[in-house]
Write a protein that binds this ligand. Structure first.
Ligand code: PMT
Length: 217
């Protein structure tokens, strides 16, 4: 039995990929498996938190006791995130949100045409930036930054530009870590401090992230 550091707290966590439809049978997505976000949910539950887990389509099972909310697109993620964030003490954006979606979603299956096909994409809303800019009921807001280069500067840039309280920098260029693996390594940044979490299982690193978060709630 672990000390119930988060008793009485509500944490909302986003996890997994979004799917942005192109037509009734196709979509744009990414390799997020949901493992990191689900491990964070499990860790928060074990410390006594009430957990809302807003999840894109994944094949893993949600931890027992989490309130699972299924979404597909970034727009659905935005709506659910704002609805739950205002009733939460902390919000963790671990979902790999598609930055763009198709400008027009075809109502019928697109037919094969010439040798090239050009898709027009439009920007999706930034979910975590919207949560962090809530004027009422803003939760302590934690982002992730999945980067393949300049990890520290890009992560610090997102911390500042999205007005977050904390960001978990995730170097996803290292094989065996990050997307769709069982292991991860993170550097946590606040505006005036940082903590290095060396490579370990997602289960273990999730506990370390949640313990760090608990100190700030
Ligand atoms: O799911 P797994 O297979 O376990 O992999 C875990 C992970 C690598 C997906 C995870 O650890 C991770 O890094 N998640 C963030 C992925 C991401 O989309 O990062 P980003 O740097 O593009 O986005 C920065 C932050 O803004 C993130 O908190 C993201 O959720 C958020 N965002 C991004 C775009 C957008 N339109 N809205 C957002 O809220």
């Amino acid at each position: 039995e672990q000390p119930q550091l988060l008793a009485g707290k509500t944490i909302t966590i986003t996890s997994g990929p979004t799917r942005e439809p192109l037509d009734p049978v196709r979509f744009i997505s990414n390799h997020s498996s949901g493992k990191m976000g689900y491990a964070l949910a499990q860790a928060a539950l074990e410390l006594g938190a009430k957990v809302n887990l807003i999840s894109g389509p994944v094949t893993i099972k949600a931890p027992a006791g989490a309130n699972l909310i299924n979404i597909e697109s970034a727009e659905q993620l935005l709506n659910e995130s704002l609805a739950y964030a205002v009733h939460s003490d902390a919000f963790i954006g671990c979902a790999a949100v598609a930055d763009y979606r198709a400008a027009n979603v075809a109502t019928q299956k697109m037919k094969k045409q010439g040798d090239e096909l050009t898709l027009t994409l439009v920007k999706n809303p930034d979910v975590i930036a919207a949560v962090a800019s809530l004027e009422q009921g803003r939760p302590y807001t934690v982002g992730f930054a999945a980067e393949t280069q300049n990890v520290e500067s890009y992560a610090k840039g997102k911390l500042k530009n999205k007005n977050l309280d904390m960001i978990c920098a995730n170097d996803v260029s290292k094989s065996g870590l990050g997307f769709n693996s069982d292991h991860n390594a993170l550097t946590l940044y606040w505006h005036n401090q940082s903590v290095e979490l060396p490579a370990t299982s997602k289960t273990e690193i999730a506990h370390q992230v949640i313990e760090q978060l608990a100190k700030h709630l």
